[in-house]
Ligand binder design. Structure first.
Ligand code: SF4
Length: 289
């Protein structure tokens, strides 16, 4: 069993009454000739790592190797715990945990690339926030991760998840599309609604460039993970409300890839454009090198 396009995946789901996570598990089993238990165990291990990386920096600030970030997750956590959040608990937790994972990544800690290290905060951020706010079991979250994997797989199959190839829209954009689709399934959406949510995110993050300051996957990467998580929740909320999208996921992936390949090289991880060449960032360059 296999699929290469979102529409093929949806056809399998809709014909058989399967969720995207079920179809993805079936694909994994058949492609890698393995058992359901084995793939679930691997995903459980990934979820354990995701959770640890999302939680520990909220208690103890983690300074990055490059020194550009560290302590942001704790600040956000303290802010919410003081009852001062202006965005509500779910959104606040999603952005806190997303930024936390980037602290761990930038300090050479253990994270799960989802789909990449630079965008590794979005999916755990959204999943953990939903789990805590809606009391979702680990087993259901694992299903969410399989759903997200299907979207990530489609992006790799038909477009790119590399900032060097397609800009940040391909890294954080795809991570947010994965999280939006997973959130939609976890909260009761249909497979098609999941793909609407993924499409919405790609549309809303279209054209986002990759411009890491000092060439380090720290800043603005960490901020972008927070905004990716927020975008994912916005898109899932829209989909679950019954808002449909005119442009299906397959077309949005093609569109994102086309835009990405046309981005000037300065905006594709070279640190030669965007935030990386602002006067403030350049002052840091002078200091560091
Ligand atoms: S700015 Fe570039 S390096 Fe940073 S998260 Fe986005 S794609 Fe990755």
């Amino acid at each position: 069993m296999d699929f290469k396009k979102a529409e093929e995946m949806l056809e399998i789901c809709e014909k058989n009454g399967y969720s995207i996570s079920q179809v993805m598990k079936m694909r994994e089993r058949s492609q890698f000739e393995t058992t359901e238990d084995e793939i679930k165990n691997k995903m459980q291990q990934a979820w354990k790592i995701m959770k640890e990386s999302a939680i520990s920096p909220t208690k103890t600030a983690v300074k990055s190797m490059g020194g550009l970030i560290g302590g942001e997750a704790k600040k956000l956590n303290d802010h919410r715990n003081a009852g001062k959040s202006i965005v509500g608990s779910l959104m606040s937790k999603a952005i806190t945990y997303s930024m936390a994972v980037l602290e761990v990544n930038a300090s050479m800690g253990l994270i799960v690339a989802s789909p990449t290290a630079g965008s590794s905060g979005v999916l755990p951020g959204v999943m953990l926030a939903l789990q805590e706010e809606y009391d979702i079991s680990d087993d259901r979250i694992i299903d969410g991760l399989f759903n997200a994997s299907a979207i990530g797989y489609l992006a790799m199959q038909n477009a790119t998840v590399s900032g060097a190839v397609g800009g940040c829209q391909a890294e954080v954009g795809v991570a947010a599309a994965m999280a939006a689709s997973a959130a939609t399934e976890l909260m009761g959406g249909t497979p098609r609604e999941c793909t609407y949510a993924a499409s919405t995110v790609l549309m809303n993050m279209l054209g986002l460039i990759c411009d890491p300051v000092l060439g380090l996957v720290e800043y603005p990467c960490q901020n972008r993970n927070a905004s990716g998580a927020a975008n994912a929740l916005v898109a899932a909320e829209m989909s679950l409300s019954g808002i449909t999208q005119m442009i299906p996921l397959d077309e949005m992936l093609d569109c994102m890839y086309n835009v990405g390949r046309r981005l000037p090289v300065e905006f594709r991880e070279t640190a030669k454009g965007g935030c990386a060449i602002t006067p403030s960032a350049c002052k840091l360059c002078d200091k560091c090198f």
